[in-house]
Design a protein around this ligand. Structure first.
Ligand SMILES: Cc1cc2nc3c(=O)[nH]c(=O)nc-3n(C[C@H](O)[C@H](O)[C@H](O)COP(=O)(O)OP(=O)(O)OC[C@H]3O[C@@H](n4cnc5c(N)ncnc54)[C@H](O)[C@@H]3O)c2cc1C
Length: 358
């Protein structure tokens, strides 16, 4: 039980997979407030499927209220923190005993689930009505989008332009090679070491210039470049000295912000030396949930659970049936890794973990 009978106030900033799972896990042990600028949790690795099949988003976009039945949701961005309170953009001061920062990456998406679902409908319409599509960026988002379109709309001409020398630079070169072969076998035209000048086109011409002087004529484009970390808001706060040069929060082995006894950080925002992956963010959340329960029950700090960095496992889907998977000692692609991720994109599993119908 929490000491003193009163429930401790835990404020979680960020309603991505890390913050949401943490808030859900401790909601009956603490007085929980979740602060997020949007009303919903989005299973981000389903985003590209949502664009080719908008109804898929009905399961992967989840109102915070659906799983946080015993906590408070504040729909606003956090803009400042002190040693005792969080200030939100719409002017609320929320006091905490324990604070968890989980703001991950910045992604300006609509506030309501309905608007997000409508956005997927509009993106789907854009794909449906185009004969030729340009994808800018060959990281996981660009590759997964190319895979989805090539699978569901094989008649469309897809061109993917990436400024790096290989696709999926966040993982090994073998995964890049296998991905490139798969995309080319599906008639996706991949151009490496070129940047697209998005200002080079007008609505009428739809001809894009690349940095090597090529012209690409398409009906529409999707910008799939990496998103920045959502940590700039911390620059003027009490945690400004806890950010590393990349803007990540430095944490100890208990996932506490270094030097802080009651502030934790989880998910992509942390400086843990591992791939930034949702399944690892989920593990962070469960470790911190355990540690908070222990501390709130008056347990000793020395009994807290430690987190060790995860191994370099990553799965990138290539349409509905195939994927490329990097494991510590091997990289495989095709139907077998596709069985792991690509059919349901872990949506059922994630919903179950959040206490919802798969
Ligand atoms: C294309 C693609 C495919 C992927 N596939 C996989 C996969 O198959 N498996 C896997 O494990 N991982 C995958 N990942 C990685 C995974 O998406 C991330 O690691 C995961 O989303 C990180 O979760 P997070 O909660 O830390 O951050 P985020 O998901 O970035 O969530 C951050 C939250 O913080 C909120 N926020 C931001 N600023 C503020 C603020 N100032 N105040 C309050 N709230 C704020 C945002 O609204 C958001 O809700 C994939 C990523 C991409 C791009």
């Amino acid at each position: 039980m929490e000491s003193g009978g009163e429930k401790r106030r835990v404020v979680v900033v960020g309603g991505g997979i890390a913050g949401s799972l943490l808030a859900k896990s401790i909601q009956f042990n603490a007085d929980v407030t979740l602060i997020d600028p949007k009303e919903y949790l989005e299973i981000t690795w389903a985003n590209l499927r949502n664009m080719v099949e908008p109804s898929f988003a009905e399961r992967s976009v989840i109102n915070h209220r659906d799983y946080l039945t015993n906590g408070r949701v504040v729909t606003s961005a956090a803009i400042n923190i002190t040693d005792t309170e969080v200030l939100t953009e719409d002017g609320f001061l929320i006091a905490y005993d324990y604070l968890v920062i989980a703001t991950g990456h910045k992604d300006p998406v609509p506030t309501t689930k309905m608007d997000r679902l409508n956005q997927y409908q509009a993106e789907n319409q854009k794909i449906q009505s185009a004969h030729s599509i340009l994808i800018v960026g060959g990281g996981p988002t660009g590759v997964e989008l190319a895979g989805e379109i090539a699978t569901d709309f094989p008649e469309k001409k897809v061109t993917l332009v990436h400024k790096g020398s290989r696709l999926l630079e966040f993982i090994g070169a073998k995964a890049s090679d296998k991905t490139l072969s798969w995309l080319r076998s599906r008639k996706v035209e991949v151009k490496l070491e070129q940047a697209v000048d998005l200002n080079s086109t007008s609505d009428d011409s739809q001809v894009y210039q690349t940095s090597t002087g090529e012209s690409i004529k398409v009906d529409c484009h999707f910008l799939c470049v990496g998103k920045p970390l959502a940590s700039a808001w911390l620059n003027e706060t009490t945690l400004k000295t806890n950010l590393d040069k990349k803007g990540r929060l430095m944490v100890d082995e208990y996932l506490r912000v270094k030097g802080r006894s009651n502030i934790f950080a989880i998910g992509d925002i942390t400086d843990i030396p591992e791939l930034k992956q949702g399944y690892l963010a989920q593990r962070h959340a469960l470790v911190v949930a355990k540690n908070l329960k222990l501390l709130m029950a008056g347990g000793k700090e020395s009994k807290m659970s430690k987190y060790g960095p995860g191994s370099e496992i990553a799965l990138v889907s290539l349409g509905r049936k195939a994927a490329v998977a990097q494991f510590p000692f091997t990289t495989i692609s095709g139907f077998v890794p596709g069985l792991l991720k690509s059919r349901d994109l872990f949506v059922g599993r994630t919903r179950k973990q959040m206490g919802l119908q798969p």
